[in-house]
Design a protein around this ligand. Structure first.
Ligand code: FES
Ligand SMILES: [Fe+2]
Length: 404
């Protein structure tokens, strides 16, 4: 990110603070139908066309450090193996044997001794997925081992962060994420280490919680004793990008202010003024939210379980050296973060009950909540509007408001 970007964001913050209304001609949003949060059919469409066809963050290289290291990943309900092959390249396979579907892996993580062995009848696969051994081969007629490799899944990296996409026709990760990667370079993603990972269970539709991370309109109420004391939501600058991605930059009330939870932590020197002095949070569509900071950042990933329950993962990354031993500094920082997260989670099940009640028609969004509308527009493009009942669709309105 260059000086020009910094200057333009600072100027936009001033504009946002002073405006008396949304920009002229900005559209009024139609109500986002409630059924998108409650309907069984819609939930199925999301599973089929969104979650099974998107680039999704799965792990950091530190979690599978060497040849044979693996983890079992089941966040979308489909069991997937992530492992390092003989060349230490990361590979993703379905955890499903080509004989009768037995599992190759049944532990959450571990290290393989050179091959995967099916837990059912013992077929063996090399780390590159090839079927290398069939027991009692004499009993199979014309078995073509070459055609029975493990089914693989697209798996690519951004720095040390690993993503998968179950759609074999998906564009490459880097193309898909544009223009986001160029904003992340300053954080030196290839030097970031995994510090901590935790998961929180929440009783609401995944979008109920995601929506809260796309706007700062709730700060003054939900976070009045925490985040609202240091962030000025009225100066928030938003950029909407292709493919549903976006960024939200919320100014610190005082740019000199430093998060007390980060004092004493190593700082990534190349981080520029905007993320160093303000709050910059990206959304990599669909479910990755990243409030970035020079001392490291969490990756928040949001996963649907049922249409009214979900889980949120929080993975913390920091520059080399920060992760050694889990220091008191990190404990304090994560505790502070959890206090804010609890504020966001406190009404989740009540919100869900309300959304499911006959009183609720849908979401009536304002200008500063436009990232939510942008997200829903993209969801319909992914599913294909023709597959969605007419009364459940979201009208595309934001095409002319996308940034480069
Ligand atoms: S199911 Fe894997 S060897 Fe039979
Ligand atoms: Fe919040």
């Amino acid at each position: 990110m260059n000086d020009e970007f910094t200057k333009s964001i600072l100027k936009s913050m001033e504009y946002e603070r002073q405006r008396q209304a949304p920009p002229e001609e900005f559209p009024k949003f139609p109500t986002i139908p409630a059924g998108r949060y409650t309907d069984d059919k819609f939930f199925k469409l999301e599973n089929e066309y969104l979650w099974a066809k998107s680039w999704l963050y799965v792990c950091h290289l530190d979690e599978i450090p060497e040849t044979g290291s693996y983890l079992l990943w089941e966040k979308t309900g489909t069991p997937i193996i992530l492992l390092r092959d003989e060349n230490r390249k990361v590979k993703a396979y379905y955890n499903s044997c080509r004989h009768r579907g037995g599992p190759l892996i049944n532990e959450q993580k571990g290290k393989l001794e050179g091959r995967l062995i099916c837990k059912y009848h013992g077929w063996c696969y090399a780390l590159n997925g090839e079927l290398s051994l069939v027991r009692d081969k004499r009993d199979f007629i014309a078995l073509n081992q070459k055609d029975l490799s493990l089914k693989s899944i697209k798996c690519e990296r951004l720095g040390n962060w690993v993503f998968i996409n179950e759609d074999p026709d998906a564009a490459s990760l880097i193309d898909y994420l544009q223009p986001l990667p160029q904003h992340l370079v300053q954080f030196q993603p290839e030097n970031l280490r995994l510090v901590d990972s935790r998961t929180y269970q929440v009783d609401c539709n995944v979008k109920v919680l995601l929506d809260a991370f796309f706007e700062v309109y709730h700060l003054t109420v939900v976070h009045k004793d925490t985040v609202d004391r240091f962030l000025d939501h009225r100066g928030t600058v938003i950029k909407l990008w292709e493919n549903g991605h976006s960024v939200m930059i919320t100014p610190n009330r005082n740019p000199e202010w430093t998060d007390p939870g980060t004092i004493g932590m190593p700082v990534i020197e190349s981080v520029t003024q905007i993320p160093a002095e303000h709050n910059m949070s990206f959304n990599m569509f669909p479910n990755l939210v990243t409030p970035m900071a020079g001392t490291g950042m969490p990756f928040l990933t949001f996963w649907p379980k049922t249409k009214s329950s979900m889980e949120i993962d929080c993975h913390w990354f920091a520059p080399e050296g920060s992760e050694e031993g889990f220091s008191e500094l990190w404990e304090t920082r994560i505790n502070n973060f959890e206090r804010i997260l609890e504020e966001d989670l406190q009404f989740a099940s009540q919100l869900q009950n309300s959304v499911e009640s006959p009183a609720f028609d849908g979401l009536n969004l304002n200008y500063q909540e436009r990232r939510i509308y942008h997200w829903h527009e993209e969801l319909d493009r992914r599913i294909g509007p023709d597959r969605i009942a007419e009364e459940m669709r979201v009208e595309p309105l934001l095409k002319n408001y996308l940034s480069e």
